[in-house]
Design a protein around this ligand. Structure first.
Ligand code: SAM
Ligand code: DTB
Ligand code: SF4
Length: 364
């Protein structure tokens, strides 16, 4: 086994990222085999339990209320609706359901209680449950853990420097604090980011420094290629080159050997061969299902055909960590505290975000 290092520098990561492709692939694939079964892929199904109408200004996101995008917003789904979708996901070979909400942060109250019930319900189906609900406090993370949450997804998105060029309504430190709060529980951390937002390779390396120096490193790291959605500030960004995706996956694999590296948004633009190269470079999980949160994803049957072709098998639930126990709401140790956490709002000016907001006003 190669050692897990928490002291990677940007220069060292850049050196890896820029290696000749064949060297990079060989090194990443070698490390991959030492830590994982290269023929196994973890499959998660995304479920947007609350869509659109979000208060934030994330430049990549079609769910931000201030931009004019063509998505259909929805209130919080019911527990029964979620259960039905989870059962469908299980039938199609997913080991995990990842529930996403277009929220800045979790607020104590009826809606959060409903999400906790969704977590209990899915855990009882013997599937791994993941949530991505925005910022959470330590008490909220503990309540999620008690309900049986397996993973919490909260992305750093980019380097600290480039993050400021994309989002003005929440700070990088808030993201790190949320990850810290999740770490105070038994819930595993899923954190990664997006490439193709106009960042340079130093920013990609900077994001990997921030992720790899976390101790412990995230159990799962999604690498998303930007889905440039019309109406968002990043609508005109050029599609990510497959070679950039392969380099990013390989570098992530080398600096975070134990982490499950997730080939995330952007797979509809990738050929099977391109995806196979990413798996060779160390990717070992995907989001499956015809939709990500609001944008298209490859057809489930196509993914299954690809796995068959490559001789890869979906990972069984709770392979990496035992199933958490669900504590019923009536027996819960942690209660809503009605906290008013002081998550920051830097509110600095980002020209392209302002322009997209102005453009949206014309439609309203
Ligand atoms: N609202 C919560 C939050 O922001 O933490 C959870 C949902 S949010 C949509 C989850 C993640 O999806 C974001 O952090 C971002 O990394 C990713 N994402 C959102 N829109 C995307 C896009 N257009 N292309 C690629 N990734 C995207
Ligand atoms: C992550 O890193 N990628 C997923 C999941 N975590 C929540 C979301 C991708 C969203 C892509 C744009 C959309 O479908 O709205
Ligand atoms: Fe809201 Fe999350 Fe989208 Fe940002 S990424 S606008 S917080 S849903």
């Amino acid at each position: 086994m190669s050692e897990i290092r928490h002291n990677w520098t940007k220069e060292q990561i850049l050196e890896i990222y820029n290696k000749p492709m064949m060297e990079l692939l060989y090194e990443a694939a070698t490390i991959h085999r030492l830590h994982h079964d290269p023929n196994v892929v973890q499959v998660s199904t995304l479920l947007s339990i609350k869509t659109g109408g979000c208060s934030e200004d994330c430049g990549y996101c079609p769910q931000a209320a201030r931009y004019h995008t063509n998505i259909e917003g929805n209130d919080l789904m019911t527990v029964n609706q979620v259960k039905a979708q989870a059962l469908r996901a299980k039938e199609t070979g997913s080991s995990r359901v990842c529930m996403g909400a277009a929220w800045r942060n979790v607020k104590d109250g009826e809606e959060f209680d409903q999400v906790l019930e969704m977590v209990r319900t899915i855990n009882k189906l013997d599937m791994e449950v993941c949530c991505t609900l925005g910022m959470v406090t330590e008490n909220q993370a503990k309540r999620l853990a008690e309900a049986g949450l397996y993973a919490y997804n909260h992305n750093l998105d980019s380097s600290e420097e480039y993050y400021k060029e994309v989002i003005s309504t929440r700070g990088y430190q808030d993201r790190l604090d949320t990850i810290d709060n999740v770490r105070k529980t038994n819930v595993t951390v899923c954190s990664g980011g997006i490439i193709g937002m106009g960042e340079n390779v130093e920013d990609r390396a900077g994001m990997l420094v921030a992720l790899s120096t976390l101790s412990p490193q995230p159990e799962s790291t999604p690498i998303n290629a930007l889905v440039a959605v019309e109406g968002t500030p990043l609508e005109d960004e050029k599609p990510v080159e497959i070679w950039d995706m392969i380099r990013m996956v390989a570098t992530t694999r080398i600096v975070m050997p134990e982490t499950q590296v997730r080939l995330s948004a952007g797979r509809t633009q990738m050929s099977r061969e391109g995806q196979a190269m990413c798996f060779f470079a160390g990717a070992n999980s995907i989001f499956a299902g015809d939709k990500l949160l609001t944008t298209p994803n490859p057809d489930v049957n196509e993914d299954m055909k690809m796995f068959e072709l490559l001789g890869m098998n979906p990972q069984k639930p709770f392979t990496k960590k035992v199933q958490p126990q669900t504590v019923e709401a009536s027996e819960s140790e942690y209660q809503a505290l009605g906290e008013k956490p002081r998550w920051t709002r830097p509110e600095h000016k980002i020209e392209r975000n302002e322009a997209a907001k102005e453009q949206a006003k014309a439609f309203k």
